[in-house]
Design a protein. Structure first.
Length: 438
């Protein structure tokens, strides 16, 4: 397997690198923690390590050192397509090198060979109320797949800790191959007749998901590739990545860990923001019986803020500029369906809302993040977020399919470098008050 061979060559070098760093510089202070940070969700405390991605406040996300724009031009594409293969991205996340087309296709073929969702996983989903939130179903399905964990079996049999990464890689490839199938089945349960999707082993992951969703427009395969690439990782401090790492640090297998990460992703302050962003756009559209004028939109934005609400999709915990992931989707929409009314509205919001937020003076960052536009692109191709049974959150399930790529790559390397059980120390408020007096 190409990924295992490449990792086997790299891991000894990285182990020695980390060993030498700790031996020579373990006591070097890299940050100071304030009481404000302790009480604000550990905001900006430098206490995690990942070499896979980094969010720069000015430049945006970099995956293995490459910006989103660089990735979209340097990762290999299939002939006749405009967006790179997701397998090429996964190769990059794990290996740290831009792959050739042949290497990217080798990862896609690995996924194709591993399409095998156990029947009991589908049965678990069938037994759940159809009104269940899509993310509840997704997390349960991942847990149900835990019965297939290679790591859990190998650990039970007894194995050297230096080899923990190998079954972790096996589990990660098996899971990331099958999550798109599970996601498509959840969509069919909620929006169609609940039939089982039929994956095509000859297609890449993005195109395969598009055909399982029964979207005939060939452009949608490219949008799926784009969506899965740009949502894949966002350094280790975001809630879904951190939750996955925390659970994984106990030596839980990847199914337990990623299910925990998906539960974090389901929150309104994290992955569910795409649902709320589209909802706000649809409210604007419906109240104005179409795309409003710029002045009408400005008035509606102020009414939202004056009511004590936020404009979803605008602002980011780290970024201080327009999210490059937003820009990539904006450019896709402009290239393929510039006259779509909801997309036109999302584009107008980008022109109007940052000015309103600056005038209000409360937002540290008035610029859009990835969630501000993603729903309008999916809706254009007929892929819905909410269903007739009152359940919503399918866009977050798609987010989860993508985020699994980043967190599993990090999990493989955490096993390879024997990263320890995560166990920060807590203090009482009285202790903090005493420290403040000193």
């Amino acid at each position: 397997m190409i990924l295992e061979e490449k990792l086997e060559a790299q891991i000894p070098v990285w182990r020695e690198r980390v060993k030498n760093l700790l031996a020579s510089s373990e006591s070097v202070v890299i940050d100071q923690v304030t009481i404000g940070q302790v009480y604000s969700g550990m905001r900006d405390i430098k206490s995690l390590v990942t070499d896979i991605s980094y969010v720069d406040p000015v430049e945006g996300i970099r995956l293995r050192g490459y910006s989103i724009a660089e990735l979209l031009t340097r990762l290999p594409c299939l002939p006749g397509t405009n967006i790179p293969l997701v397998g090429g991205l996964y190769y990059l996340l794990l290996i740290g090198e831009i792959p050739t087309l042949e290497q990217a296709q080798a990862v896609e073929q690995e996924w194709g060979a591993r399409y095998n969702v156990p029947e009991h996983v589908f049965n678990v989903l069938r037994q759940m109320p159809v009104s269940s939130p899509a993310m509840t179903m997704f997390s349960q399905a991942i847990l149900a797949m835990q019965t297939e964990s290679v790591f859990s079996r190998r650990y039970g049999e007894g194995m050297h800790k230096a080899d923990y990464w190998r079954p972790m890689l096996e589990d990660s490839l098996n899971m990331t191959a099958n999550l798109p199938i599970i996601a498509a089945f959840i969509y069919n349960l909620k929006h169609k007749e609940g039939k089982l999707p039929t994956p095509d082993r000859s297609l890449d992951l993005g195109a395969n998901f598009a055909q399982m969703m029964e979207v005939s427009d060939p452009e949608y395969a490219d949008l799926c590739r784009l969506y899965f690439i740009i949502h894949s990782d966002h350094e280790s401090g975001n809630a879904s990545a951190h939750a996955t790492h925390l659970v994984g640090s106990t030596l839980s297998d990847i199914y337990y860990a990623v299910s925990g990460g998906m539960n974090a992703l389901a929150g309104p302050l994290h992955g569910r923001a795409n649902q709320e962003s589209l909802g706000w756009l649809l409210d604007v559209y419906q109240q104005h019986n179409g795309v409003p004028s710029p002045e009408e939109l400005r008035k509606f934005a102020w009414e939202t803020l004056d009511a004590g609400q936020v404009i979803p999709g605008y602002g980011h915990a780290v970024l201080r500029k327009t999210d490059p992931r937003f820009t990539a989707q904006l450019e896709f929409g402009r290239a393929h369906f510039p006259e779509d009314p909801i997309f036109k509205l999302a584009s107008m919001v980008y022109d109007i809302v940052p000015q309103v937020l600056v005038e209000q003076g409360k937002a540290k960052n008035p610029w859009p993040n990835v969630d501000a536009i993603s729903g309008s692109l999916q809706q254009h191709y007929g892929v819905k977020d909410c269903d007739a049974h009152g359940g919503c959150g399918f866009y977050t399930v798609m987010f989860g399919v993508s985020r699994a790529l980043g967190v599993t790559a990090n999990a493989v390397w955490a096993r390879a470098l024997s990263q320890p059980l995560e166990r920060p120390k807590s203090l009482t408020t009285a202790m903090l008050e005493a420290a403040a007096k000193k």
